[in-house]
Structure formats: structure tokens, C-alpha cells
Write a protein that binds this ligand. Structure first.
Ligand code: PLP
Length: 397
């Protein structure tokens, strides 16, 4: 029996595959340093865990409204007002099983078969797959390294057609960690309004931002862009709550209502206990976020300093999230033990096999001459891993 064309077209997540292979090697007793992590290495803060325990003890273990509890929606509206200067009503918020789920909901709500979605590359690898699952067509726009891996309006103008329905903005970005300036975001907002496009603004890394930069939401510039934006956010990255699976979106009322209907049939509410935990995260003390942010910034500084000294590598200093992208074009074409390194995939494979260091090839992020290193691992492991990489690149290639 044949599967649907739609699912046959979907590729598995290569970031999860690298992490799985590294885990397997570790289980075999190999001392692997894994730079593949897509999640903070910190424990979920104690007061958040306690809120979940209390929810269980209080019997808060039943269905909630499909789009999330009123109290959590209220807290999200309050957060959006206080931190982002945005006015949303509760009926514009949908809470889901992680930001991934919010994203798939958003694409499902706005796309008809054949509608195009512009995705700037390097991109987080799930976007094109999600668009395809929603019967849309991903249109990849390649940002140039000399533009700090950010797309320009000229780049976007070349990609827009009469089928373009939406544009993805992800700042701070996974994988590059680049943050679009307010001026750049304003220009993108004008572009979206000019062509009457939805903007899917993935702001999941908003709180992990460095060098004193302040996150700005594209929806905040004016009424025109506000009514075209679907903000995606969640607690996974900011509060080290990846396993709890709570994400949310803020959207125009009609979009939120449609998504809420879809969710009521597809999954019903996100986990009731995790919603209580997310409520504690958003309304409780925020110093835990700053502790983690500071630690990430220190690790970023260390990584950037070390990587800048490796002459075959070229990097753009990330200003947010917890990843560094390395352009390894200078290494491609070299040989190691008779094996030609033609792509970032080859390089990552050899690095894992021979040096026990797991990195993610950016092929699935749209750039086959780059690798991504996550610094959501301890400084001690970062040092160990970078020693190995440095030795491999400088002395063995
Ligand atoms: N958006 C981006 C850019 C991400 O990197 C991730 C996770 O890796 C997500 C969304 C999904 O987050 P969640 O764990 O809340 O589904």
C-alpha cells in the first residue's frame, strides 16, 4: 500500500538524527562532545516545577478549553503588552503543544494548495517541511554571508510572485543567531504590507539575546503590519522547558479562531499541568531567565573567540539564540584518510567518527558549506570539543 504523496515528500529532522547518533556513541562508552543540542542544558527552574506538582495535587488534570486556559491566555496578553508593546485580546491567542505545533497550525490556517511562503535561508529546517505539510510551496531566499546572513528587501523582491501568501521572519535566528535590527524589520514590514502578505514571526529566542540588544517584534510597528502578523513564541527556550511542550501564537482574530477550531479536532488542549507550569514561568520571577541568558552570552563569547582563531573557518558573530554557524568553504575539497570532504555533511560525519565531536551540517538549513555548533552545553564540554576540532582542522587536514 502506498503512503500519501505529502508524507513521502517529508524528510526526517537531521538535527535530531545527529543527536541520536551522538547519544548512541555515548551509550557505547565513547566520550562524545555533542554540539548538536537544540535545547538549553539547564534544569527547568524550581518554582515552575513546583507549580506543575501543585497542579497534579490539586487535580488540575482534566481537559481545558482547546486553545488553552483563560488564565494562561491572560498572562500571555500581559507579557505581549508589557514586553513587546502589543495589544492582544484573549481570543487572539492559541496555546499549543510547543511552538512547533503553533507553527504548523499557522501554516494550516493560512495556506491553500500552491500558495507560496518565502523562507529566508539559512532557515530552521522545519519551516519548509511544515509549509509542504500544509500544501504550500516553500520559496527559499538565500541570504548572503556578506549581509550577515540576513535577507535584504532586494532579495525578497526577487522572490515575490502573485502566489506569495506569507513570509517567515525568525529573529533571533536558528541557525545563525543573527538579530535583525529595528530598521531592517521595519523595511521587511513595509515589504509585507506592500504585497499584502502574512508574516509568521517566530520569536522563540527573543529572550536569549546578547550585547545589550533589545528584541523588537515586527508586529509592533503599525496597524497594517499588526493585522498581517502571526507571532510564534513559547516557553521552551526561554525557561528551559522543552519537554513540557507549551508554545503559543498571537494572531488576528479570524486566524486565531480558525486555528482554535483546527486544534479542537486535531489535538484538543495542550497538557493541563504544563499550562500551569507555563503560567508560573510567565508570571513568576524572571531572574532565572537572566541567569541562563548570561551564561549563554559567556559561552558565546568563548566560542566566538576560539573559532575566530581557526583560519579555515569563517563565522558571523551571533547576537542571539545559542548557535554559531561556521562557513567551512575553505575546507571543502580537502581529503582526510583518502576521503574527500565535498560537503558539510562529509565534514560532520568524519568529525563524529574520527574525533567524537557531533556538529550539525547546515545542508538541511539551506547551506551545504556550513556547520552549526550549539553552545547549549557546558563550558567545560565546549572547551574539550573545540580543542578536538581545532586540532583536527589545523593539524590533520
Ligand atoms: N522555532 C525555532 C526557530 C526553533 O529553533 C524551535 C526549536 O528548535 C522551535 C521553533 C520549536 O520550539 P518548541 O520546542 O516550543 O516546539
Amino acid at each position: 500500500m502506498k503512503l500519501s504523496n505529502k508524507v513521502m515528500d517529508i524528510t526526517p529532522s537531521s538535527t535530531l538524527a545527529v543527536t541520536a547518533k551522538a547519544k548512541q556513541m555515548k551509550a557505547e562508552g565513547i566520550d562524545v562532545v555533542g554540539f548538536g543540542a537544540g535545547e538549553p542544558d539547564f534544569d527547568t527552574p524550581e518554582h515552575i516545577k513546583q507549580a506543575a506538582i501543585k497542579a497534579i495535587e490539586d487535580g488540575f488534570t482534566k481537559y481545558t478549553p482547546a486553545s488553552g486556559t483563560v488564565e494562561l491566555k491572560k498572562a500571555i496578553c500581559h507579557k505581549l503588552k508589557n514586553e513587546n508593546g502589543l495589544d492582544y485580546k484573549q481570543n487572539q491567542i492559541v496555546i499549543s503543544n510547543g511552538a512547533k505545533h503553533s507553527l504548523t497550525n499557522a501554516f494550516t490556517a493560512i495556506l491553500n494548495p500552491g500558495d507560496e511562503v518565502i523562507i529566508p535561508a539559512p532557515f530552521w529546517l522545519s519551516y519548509p517541511q511544515m509549509v509542504k505539510l500544509a500544501d504550500g510551496v516553500p520559496v527559499i531566499v538565500y541570504a548572503k554571508k556578506e549581509n550577515d546572513f540576513k535577507v535584504t528587501i532586494e532579495d525578497l523582491e526577487k522572490a515575490v510572485t502573485d502566489k506569495t501568501k506569507a513570509l517567515v521572519v525568525n529573529s533571533p535566528s536558528n541557525p545563525t543567531g543573527v538579530v535583525y535590527t529595528e530598521k531592517e524589520l521595519r523595511a521587511i514590514a513595509d515589504f509585507a504590507v506592500k504585497y499584502d502578505l502574512y508574516v509568521i514571526s517566530d520569536e522563540i529566542y527573543e529572550k536569549l539575546i546578547y550585547d545589550g540588544i533589545k528584541h523588537v517584534s515586527i508586529a509592533s510597528f503599525n496597524e497594517e503590519i499588526y493585522k498581517r502578523t502571526i507571532i510564534i513564541n513559547g516557553v521552551s527556550k526561554s525557561y528551559s522547558m522543552t519537554g513540557w511542550r507549551i508554545g503559543y501564537l498571537a494572531a488576528p482574530e479570524d486566524v486565531a479562531k480558525a486555528i482554535s477550531n483546527v486544534q479542537s479536532h486535531a489535538t484538543s488542549n495542550p497538557n493541563s499541568i504544563a499550562q500551569k507550569a507555563a503560567l508560573a514561568a510567565l508570571t513568576g520571577p524572571q531572574d532565572c531567565v537572566e541567569v541562563m541568558r548570561k551564561e549563554f552570552e559567556a559561552r558565546r563569547n568563548y566560542m566566538v573567540e576560539r573559532l575566530s582563531k581557526i583560519s579555515s573557518f569563517s563565522i558571523i558573530k551571533p547576537q542571539g539564540a545559542f548557535y554559531v554557524v561556521i562557513d567551512i568553504s575553505n575546507i571543502l575539497g580537502k581529503e582526510f584518510e583518502g576521503r574527500k570532504i565535498e560537503t558539510a555533511d562529509d565534514f560532520s560525519e568524519i568529525l563524529l567518527e574520527k574525533e567524537s565531536v557531533a556538529v550539525v551540517s547546515c545542508t538541511d538549513f539551506g547551506f551545504s558549506n556550513c556547520i552549526r555548533l550549539s553552545y547549549a552545553i557546558s563550558l567545560e564540554n565546549i572547551k574539550k570539543g573545540l580543542d578536538r576540532i581545532e586540532n583536527f582542522v589545523n593539524n590533520k587536514l
